[in-house]
Design a protein around this ligand. Structure first.
Ligand SMILES: [Zn+2]
Ligand SMILES: [Zn+2]
Length: 370
């Protein structure tokens, strides 16, 4: 079968041939319709990240996925050919208490694998085979947006972690809370925009920042959902002296991360989701002043990575809510559905102004259009 192959830690990417996986009993065979492309894929193609499965020189790339069931193995119940499906990414270590209870996103050993990223083949191939426990069934109504479910699962987890921290200050769990909480979203790529949509649905007053003006699709979508937008390309002055209860960071910029600590309200929480460059330059930081405010303000800084199945299920519910509240808006995050043959440009060039590029592994992707 055709597959997009990388050979980490070497940079580069090829469209090549890979063995079609065999269908074991208890497993499901899926035809891949489309895969989203994100910064992690770019990092793997640049040789900065990723590992091939043991015994294989190549890694099939791709972790943001949408497919259609082709065939079910013996003993599989609840799945039929034609079902729409999104697969989760991480496969647990099988040893720690989190992986043994379906929460491999909190794995303690680091011995997990991640399909399309580390130690297990991904989804940029004509087919894959996996166990039902890793597959999430997608309602047909969400077909055109479901490729966003994997990045949305990351957002769902990040917001849930932040909410857990905010809930510390509530006197009684379950009691109604007063006031409208405020949220700042840093970055208007797919993660940032999905966070803005999710926080708007959760009743937050949302402001998003990036380094662009009001003429981008992201800024227009933010206006449509009633969220604020500020261009901080020249510094944070457009935010004035505003502080926020929940800050979701989705850029991976280390210098911005430190700036965001300063934007926390009392009892606020900063959730970091962008992956910083560990080899970046040293930064001058007024550590004492920043951390003094963290202590005196009961503030928290939380990292959040990956997502277990419960967050995919939460994401499915929210995709439905987005479509009801702002028809077509979430689909607007998919800037381009590119044919598989354009894999090299899509995976090596970062085009400004686009939110999410999707590779149509099957011609037409989810649209089915030739
Ligand atoms: Zn991704
Ligand atoms: Zn584990």
């Amino acid at each position: 079968m055709r597959a997009v192959l990388v050979r980490p830690p070497n940079p580069g990417v090829e469209l090549g041939e890979a063995p079609t996986p065999s269908l074991a009993s208890g497993a499901v065979r899926v035809r891949v319709l489309e895969c989203g492309v994100c910064g992690t894929d770019h990092d793997i193609v640049r040789g900065k990240y990723g590992t091939a499965p043991s015994g294989s020189p190549d890694l099939i790339l791709g972790h943001e996925n949408l497919g259609e069931v082709l065939e079910v193995g013996a003993g599989v119940v609840g799945w039929s050919p034609g079902d729409l499906v999104v697969a989760t990414v991480r496969r647990g270590c099988g040893r720690c208490r989190f992986c043994r209870t379906n929460r491999s996103d909190f794995c303690e050993t680091g011995l997990f694998t991640e399909r399309g990223i580390g130690g297990a083949h991904g989804y940029m191939a004509e087919q894959y085979v996996d166990l039902p426990e890793y597959l999430v069934k997608v309602p047909p109504a969400l077909r055109l947006v479901a490729v966003l479910l994997e990045p949305l699962s990351v957002v769902e987890k990040a917001i849930f972690q932040g909410q857990r921290v905010l809930d510390r200050k509530e006197p009684t769990p379950g009691e109604p809370k007063t006031g409208t909480p405020s949220a700042l979203v840093a970055g208007t790529g797919a993660i940032g925009m999905l966070a803005a949509l999710t926080l708007a649905v959760r009743g937050y007053s949302v402001t998003a920042i990036d380094r662009h003006g009001e003429d981008t699709p992201a800024a227009q979508l933010l206006a449509r959902i009633g969220a604020g937008h500020a261009n901080v390309g020249g510094g944070m002055a457009p935010l004035g002296d505003r502080k926020f209860d929940l800050v979701i960071e989705a850029t991976g910029s280390v210098s911005l991360d430190f700036t965001l600590i300063d934007r926390l309200a009392s009892n606020g929480v900063l959730v970091l989701t962008g992956i910083p460059d560990a080899e970046g330059p040293l930064l001058p930081v007024s550590g004492g002043a920043l951390l003094r405010d963290v202590v005196l303000g009961n503030q928290a800084i939380v990292g959040s990575v990956n997502a277990n199945r419960t967050y995919f299920e939460a994401g499915l519910r929210d995709l439905t809510v987005f479509e009801e509240r702002w028809p077509g808006a979430v689909g607007g995050l998919i800037s381009t559905r590119a044919p598989l043959e354009s894999y090299r440009a899509v995976l090596t060039e970062r085009s400004g102004g686009t939110i999410k590029t999707v590779l149509a592994v099957t011609p037409g992707g989810a649209t089915g259009a030739p």
